[in-house]
Design a protein around this ligand. Structure first.
Ligand code: ADP
Ligand code: MG
Length: 511
């Protein structure tokens, strides 16, 4: 479980490795809420697919944002150019989605916890965002979950228990019981360390990412129906988080005998071409699937060549993960609009709306029309956020972490930015997640402290919701595993690759 070191002669020197930043033990999540977000996974898949094909909706939703946010504007313009008569009429109407919906535990009613518990109320998971492009840390999360199971079994279970020489069984017992207690897994004081460990282990859910994610990519390849064709991974030049991607590549080869080639967008333009609609590498290898692990940030388009490459891929008959429509469906602006009352009804049936809406929290548009209305919800949210900035997050249309505004910065932005600049952002209620003890290990050093965790639920989709059944319809729509990222409670942002968080795994508790 490794990642390239940030130290050494060059950050991309393949001989410089460090271990992946991890937590030492799993972090707790409420059992019922975990099941709920798994059940919501296929619903969010369907939502993304339907929305991605709704040209009118996307143009209305992103029209104003596109004026202040050049990147989103460019993606929308390309979407309109590639699909003048809709997605169904294009070279490849079927799309592949490897999504990750991120959640945090809502602890805002902590003060009323006793009353809630008495009423049997369970804790909820609220959606932070829905990632529709380059959703990462699926494979490494599976390895992290295995590591946690291994550590609990090896150091605490009786038959194999390997105790550090410096600690007595009593110390171990106290350490583990206190950790589990802090995480809401109440083990009786009479429990030995092994019984406590067994209780923890029995609440570790299996993580199927290593089978589910490659299986969806392979299904897309099979759908394309040329056994000789390649799968292309679009990656950032000098990608540092490549090990997460290599697991997919290996599984595709070992289990499905599918060949993967990794290319940056700029390499695509020099090495790929279209023959009619088919995408070819080096003039001779047909490409069945293009999987983007880059392309979500302006930095991934350093030149016009990179944009041309994106256009060539989008026009091709290759199955894309994601399509431009999927990427646009994952913008913060669309997420905010979908939280408005009745908005989901355009895409989902009533039952599905309930399943999805249960995870929404306050999100407010900052468009010029939206905040003009003094009595409107957006203007009220802006006033509340200026008065209490700690309760909100200000987000631009960006992916990849490190882009949001918090606290004083958020207040200043709301007070001083031009209406046009503000309109490219959304204002979100801050989720008050519970802080629990964690041991975070980064570059071999342990930091202990109260920490908050974010649960990512992966889901896979292959198909076209506008076609009912059959070959062109929905082929795959499944839950595909999880990841957990944990950061110290004092840190605002998340993200493992960005250095804020470590990888973790869930331990399910009755809360
Ligand atoms: P990005 O697309 O850059 O990943 P996110 O919306 O996921 O943007 O925000 C980045 C991080 O900021 C999240 O991983 C989370 O730690 C924190 N964050 C975002 N929204 C909220 C929120 N509403 N409440 C609490 N923390 C949040
Ligand atoms: Mg995120």
């Amino acid at each position: 479980m490794v990642a390239p070191s940030t130290k050494g002669s060059s950050s991309n020197d393949p001989t410089q490795y460090i271990h992946l930043p991890i937590s030492l033990l799993p972090s707790s999540f409420p059992k019922q809420a975990f099941q709920d977000v798994i059940a919501a996974a296929p619903v969010f898949n369907e939502l993304v697919d339907r929305l991605s094909r709704d040209k009118e909706y996307l143009n209305n939703a992103l029209g104003e944002v596109s004026k202040s946010d050049e990147f989103t504007g460019r993606l929308l313009k390309m979407y309109n150019e590639v699909y003048p008569s809709g997605v169904l009429a294009s070279a490849q109407p079927v799309a592949l989605g490897l999504h990750r919906s991120d959640y945090m535990i809502d602890d805002s009613t902590a003060g009323a916890a006793a009353a809630d518990a008495a009423a049997g109320a369970k804790k909820r998971l609220l959606q932070v965002e829905l990632n529709t492009i380059a959703s990462s840390f699926g494979c490494l999360a599976s390895v992290t979950a295995d590591l946690h199971r291994y550590l609990l079994e090896r150091f605490f279970l009786p038959s194999l228990a390997l105790q550090p020489p410096s600690s007595s069984p009593n110390e171990l017992q106290a350490f583990l019981s206190s950790y589990l207690h802090n995480h809401g897994l109440l083990v009786p004081p009479s429990f030995s360390p092994s019984a406590a460990a067994a209780a923890a282990i029995s609440n570790l859910p299996p993580n199927p990412t290593l089978t589910q994610l490659p299986s969806a990519l392979a299904a897309a390849h099979t759908y394309y129906n040329n056994p000789e064709a390649l799968i292309v991974f679009i990656v950032q030049p000098g990608e540092r988080n490549l090990f997460d991607q290599r697991f997919l590549e290996l599984a595709l080869w070992e289990k499905y005998q599918k060949q993967v080639v990794r290319l940056s967008l700029e390499e695509v333009i020099t090495r790929c071409m279209l023959k009619k609609d088919a995408l070819f590498l080096d003039g001779k290898h047909e490409v069945a699937v293009v999987y983007f692990r880059a392309g979500y940030t302006p930095v991934d388009y350093p030149s016009e060549k990179a944009w041309e490459a994106r256009m060539m891929i989008e026009r091709s008959a290759a199955v894309k993960c994601p399509t431009l429509g999927y990427q646009l469906a994952g913008t913060k602006k669309v997420q905010q609009l979908l939280c408005e009352p009745q908005a989901l009804g355009r895409f989902l049936n009533r039952e599905q709306c309930v399943v999805a809406q249960k995870h929404f929290t306050g999100l407010y548009g900052l468009g010029q029309e939206e905040i003009k209305e003094e009595e409107g919800v957006s203007a009220a949210a802006v006033r509340a956020a200026i008065a209490n900035p700690q309760a909100y997050v200000l987000k631009p249309q960006r992916e990849g972490g490190g882009n949001n505004f918090y606290d004083e910065e958020l207040k200043r932005a709301l007070e001083t930015w031009s209406p046009e600049k503000l309109s490219g952002h959304v204002l979100m209620q801050r989720i008050q997640a519970p802080a629990r003890n964690a041991y975070l290990v980064r570059e071999g050093k342990v930091v202990m402290g109260p920490a908050v965790s974010e649960l990512g639920i992966f889901s896979t989709f292959l198909g076209d919701t506008s076609v009912s059944g059959g070959k062109g319809g929905v082929q795959v729509n499944e839950y595909a595993g999880f990841n957990v990222r944990t950061k110290l409670a004092t840190v605002n942002e998340g993200g493992v690759a960005t250095g804020f968080a470590v990888l973790d795994s869930p331990m399910l508790v009755d809360e």
